[in-house]
Design a protein around this ligand. Structure first.
Ligand SMILES: NC(=O)c1ccc[n+]([C@@H]2O[C@H](COP(=O)([O-])OP(=O)(O)OC[C@H]3O[C@@H](n4cnc5c(N)ncnc54)[C@H](OP(=O)(O)O)[C@@H]3O)[C@@H](O)[C@H]2O)c1
Length: 253
């Protein structure tokens, strides 16, 4: 059985807001947490995350742009100067919509720019984070790599259609994670990796698409963060390569 060693060092990639910020808060509330490295694109404008770092010396903010491989590599170099190992890496950053793109409703909305941007953040960044932080994870006695995926990336569960770039990039994220799990299983000290669907969570990502009657089915970010950390803490080698929801139930690829 793998459980997070105490004291543990955790990296949260994509912590400026939403679920990532809630994960940082939950980790700070956990006395077993030794160090938290939180990454965001612009630490100088980290807002709430910056305030948390001022208030608690266990938290350090490092710049990482998920859409830029050299930024991911630089961040890993910086983190190696801060901690001797990482016990848990949680890759959170994801892109559904922003000022430059909206989810596609129909084929006529599909375009190269949205597909490429979505793949960069949702599919390519997670595997590059795994690549550049692997060395620090391998120094842990019980390393865990979790990536936040989405049920919308399940091909077998796709009955509604739409949201081409988000669905396809999340499916690609899952395939890359699954492939990684097979390689990491063969390590002398295996790293357990898994893809987690957090449920529908009340963040900027989901807010424009919420229905009026869905209140009971949407988690506050704080609750989602606790559920994600419970799955990470309970992970065993048998969970390596799994795609699970917030309860730990398997989601079909
Ligand atoms: N909310 C939900 O209902 C839901 C459901 C299923 C899955 N998920 C998944 O859960 C994860 C977190 O979602 P969320 O709801 O917390 O989203 P969110 O509130 O929109 O936050 C997205 C995070 O990703 C970061 N990000 C986006 N592009 C980035 C880039 N190029 N480089 C670095 N960081 C970047 C954002 O940083 P900036 O502040 O710099 O933009 C922000 O911290 C995502 O992977 C999402 O797909 C969410």
């Amino acid at each position: 059985v793998v459980s997070i060693p105490t004291p543990h060092n955790v990296l949260v990639q994509g912590a400026s807001r939403g679920i990532g910020l809630a994960l940082v808060r939950a980790l700070l509330a956990d006395t077993g947490t030794d160090r938290i490295i939180a990454t965001c694109r612009r630490p100088g404008r980290a807002g709430e995350l910056g305030d948390l770092a001022v208030a608690d010396h266990r938290l350090t903010i490092v710049a990482l742009d998920a859409a830029d491989e050299s930024s991911i590599a630089d961040a890993a170099g910086q983190v190696a100067g801060l901690v001797d190992r990482l016990d848990v890496v949680i890759n959170v950053a994801g892109l559904l919509h922003d000022a430059q793109q909206q989810p596609e409703k129909r084929l006529a909305d599909v375009g190269q720019r949205t597909l490429v941007r979505s793949f960069a953040v949702n599919a390519i960044a997670p595997i590059l984070v795994a690549r550049y932080f692997e060395g620090l994870l391998m120094r842990s006695s019980q390393p865990i790599f979790a990536t936040l995926s989405a049920r919308l990336g399940s091909i077998s569960d796709n009955r509604l259609g739409g949201w081409y770039a988000y669905r396809a990039s999340k499916a690609a994220q899952n395939m890359l994670l699954r492939t990684l799990s097979i390689e990491w299983k063969r390590h002398p000290r295996p790293i357990v990796c898994l893809a987690i669907h957090p449920g529908t969570v009340d963040t900027g990502l989901s807010r424009p698409f919420r229905r009026r009657d869905d209140t009971g089915r949407v988690f506050p970010a704080e609750r989602a963060a606790r559920q994600i950390l419970a799955i990470v803490a309970a992970a065993t080698p048998a969970d390596n390569g799994r795609f699970v929801d917030w309860r730990g139930a398997t989601i079909g690829w």
